[in-house]
Design a protein around this ligand. Sequence first.
Ligand SMILES: *[C@@H]1O[C@H](CO)[C@@H](O)[C@H](O)[C@H]1NC(C)=O
Ligand SMILES: *[C@@H]1O[C@H](CO)[C@@H](O)[C@H](O)[C@H]1NC(C)=O
Ligand SMILES: CC(=O)N[C@H]1CO[C@H](CO)[C@@H](O)[C@@H]1O
Length: 312
Amino acid sequence: MITIFASWALVTALFFTISNGQCPDEVALYNYNLRTASANNTWFLVPVPKQAVQSALDTAYGTGLVTLTDLPANDASLFPRGFDSTTHHPVLVSAMYQDDIRMGAAKIQGPLLGGGLNVPNGVEGAAVDIHQLSERESATASTLLEGFFLRLGLFIPNNAAFQRNDNNILSNTAAWLVASNPVSGPGYAPTAYDFQFTEQASFSLYTAKLFKSVINQASILSGPDFIANLCQRNQYYFNNDTSTMTPVTGNVTFGPAADGLGVQMQSTMQKASSDGSGLYLDHEGFTGCGQNVGFNPENCDAAAANVDQSAL
Ligand SMILES: *[C@@H]1O[C@H](CO)[C@@H](O)[C@H](O)[C@H]1NC(C)=O
Ligand SMILES: *[C@@H]1O[C@H](CO)[C@@H](O)[C@H](O)[C@H]1NC(C)=O
Ligand SMILES: CC(=O)N[C@H]1CO[C@H](CO)[C@@H](O)[C@@H]1O
């Protein structure tokens, strides 16, 4: 399967922050020339009306260039309660807190925060990307997420994988920090998404197998990389003792920066929600600290074929 990078990625790096209790980067040793990290991430699958998802992809890649393919909704090992793929397509939205990031001999100082919107695609092969946000504007972030449409992100919390609020509600907010300039004054930050969720004892709508498969799909890169048929694998391992997947359920709210190429009043994901506000109630995801290996861009067929089966 290939993931379609639906819209973006937000990234930000924090320097001199000491993170507590983050699981270790156990894969650096085995992947010396690649970027590896300990990834304390949360992912949600949110069913969105299909036309809206296709329209976000048309904006990101060019009209008609990437066509949605249904996921195998009748496979009970992925969708135990089925999935209405005639009307909806799931999008994968993530809140990332990566630490102990290593690339060769270099270790990047401090954790990296990120978020992104991907569209899992039901074909053997690759996936698509909409855009990405980052807090570090420098070359490092662009290098880390080369080929993705990168944006400078603003995250709450900015020093942990998620925030623990009253009544044990957990939350994340990710916004696109639009740079300030002397004419417009201070920058402002249109929201990409909010998560509000609680931990659960087990999955009910989806399975761990489905989540592992969609988060490990190679992403179709956009722009010149798209023309060159390049995709990128980001493999996540949730099979070590320290990397338990904890199911979560909750609300995902998409804001104006959820998709699209520029500053806008409302995003496509937002307008497509049942009341147009961007609120998608009661969806399922998982949170956990796993290990991440980021590969260099490769031909899309090779990327799809090379997905590490041991990550699934
Ligand atoms: C992931 O982050 C959360 C929130 O800060 C923390 O409670 C949890 O211990 C972290 N998980 C691991 C395995 O490091
Ligand atoms: C989701 O939103 C509904 C409606 O506002 C609210 O009742 C519920 O508590 C929210 N869930 C979480 C986990 O915050
Ligand atoms: C203890 C253990 O299971 N370690 C494994 C953690 O994951 C890496 C990468 O998949 C394996 O190589 C280790 O053996």
